[in-house]
Ligand binder design. Structure first.
Ligand code: DGY
Length: 425
């Protein structure tokens, strides 16, 4: 790509970021997602820093201003009233001063804050803002291991598919059979007003998402009770890898800022988590798999969750096998990394997390593989991502076979990731 083409794409990406900017937080996209989402915001901050470092720090601070007293950071903060989204605050009823959801999302904040800090031009500002966030992010990490790893196995479970961010992944299909739908209050979906229903989760999945929300609401959103009471307890390798990476990054950052207690606690979490990840490895698939904590069995589903695990400092041999798996996928799909193996009959090129390519995932996989020395594969992922943007604009996700833009349009984190990819080219 020429320098002027890159400049033009960055200018268009900045336009998307500005258009979704509400002053101290961004929305993922207008219409479909009109509030602040947890991991969207943290990854978006990297893009904001490109033109306004102070604003980038604010993005993450706004999210953490709504952290729960037990350390949990909710997946949505409902800053404003908007009836274009379902389920809204009247369904969650979490009783927070500003309404929030009651579940969480992948813990990318530790990674994002470290990256903002490392790259900061304004060192003084970065040190002050990072220092204030350190104990908050540490409390979130602690909350995960306290509540989602009750037997101290070193890995945490999600209790709702929305927590993984990969809402309707094939990974959850079997476990979802255990989630009932009796007693789900009548509701009207809003997502299908903004995006093609064929690109979104099915009605049967929504019923189960809602059953879980009502079930947890009945437990008063008490994090100490949700895990054991949930019929859905999945140890997702991608989710854990993000948390492990965030712990390691937070440890480095805390060390740089002289906060040794936070550094030690997070280093220990990362070390234990990395060792425990071995339990999720599948030689047959050349990647990690989810573990269903209720059956105690690995889930036979080759999704991008097990590839995303490369984001953590996994053993060299595992990273090499994942790099080979991505190359194999590149032989089956025009654009990598598909969210599910196209060779699996359950693959669906257009439906949300059952096949499409997501640039945030590409960014984390490429980052991990690059750190492990797999430069060519990392470049291939980056190139695929840039091809998608050039051909299809700032979509929410893309068809890996045709490159068609899918889901919501003018997506904030897609724009942020493009700025990141162009830095690395
Ligand atoms: C949705 O509503 O689609 C979200 O992914 C849940 O956070």
């Amino acid at each position: 790509m020429t320098a002027s083409a890159a400049k033009d794409i960055i200018a268009r990406a900045v336009e998307v970021l500005k258009e979704n900017d509400h002053g101290d937080y961004t929305v993922p996209t207008k219409g479909l997602y009109p509030f602040q989402w947890n991991w969207d915001s943290c990854l978006t901050a990297l893009g904001l820093a490109h033109y306004d470092e102070a604003r980038a720090w604010t993005e993450i601070e706004t999210l953490f201003a709504h952290q729960w007293p037990d350390g949990m950071v909710p997946h949505i903060v409902f800053h404003v009233w908007n009836d274009g989204y379902f389920p809204g605050p009247e369904v969650w009823r979490t009783g927070r001063p500003t309404a929030t959801s009651g579940i969480t999302q992948p813990a990318v904040a530790g990674f994002a804050v470290r990256r903002l800090f490392d790259r900061a031009r304004d060192r003084k500002l970065a040190a002050a803002r990072a220092r204030a966030l350190l104990p908050r992010i540490d409390a979130w990490h602690r909350c995960f291991y306290e509540n989602r790893d009750p037997k101290g196995e070193g890995l945490v479970a999600i209790v709702h598919p929305w927590e993984s961010g990969r809402d309707n992944s094939i990974d959850w299909d079997e476990a979802f059979e255990r989630v009932p739908t009796e007693g789900v209050e009548p509701y009207t979906r809003r997502d299908t007003l903004h995006a093609d229903p064929a690109h979104r989760p099915t009605q049967a999945q929504y019923d189960r998402y809602l059953w879980l929300v009502q079930h947890f609401r009945g437990l008063g959103w008490d994090n100490a009770r949700l895990h054991d009471a949930s019929p859905f307890q999945i140890v997702d390798p991608g989710f854990n890898a993000i948390l492990i990476r965030a712990c390691a990054d937070l440890a480095d950052l805390a060390e740089a800022l002289g906060e040794t207690r936070i550094a030690d606690a997070n280093r220990a979490r990362a070390v234990r988590g990395l060792a425990a990840m071995e339990r999720l490895w599948s030689e047959a698939h050349g990647q990690y798999l989810c573990l269903d904590r209720i059956t105690g069995k690995l889930v036979d589903s080759a999704s991008v969750g097990g590839i995303l695990a490369a984001f953590a400092a996994i053993p060299q041999a595992r990273a090499a096998a994942i790099a080979a798996t991505v190359e194999r996928l590149a032989g089956k799909a025009r654009h990598v990394v598909p969210s599910h193996d196209p060779g699996d009959p359950r693959f669906d090129a257009k439906r949300y997390w059952r096949g499409p390519v997501w640039l945030v995932v590409n960014y984390m996989v490429a980052d991990g593989l690059l750190a492990a020395g797999h430069v060519e594969v990392a470049r291939r992922i980056t190139q695929s991502s840039l091809d998608l943007i050039t051909e299809s604009g700032f979509a929410e996700y893309y068809d890996p076979l045709t490159g068609e833009p899918l889901g919501g349009g003018r997506f904030t984190w897609t724009a942020a990731m493009v700025i990141e990819f162009l830095r690395e080219m």
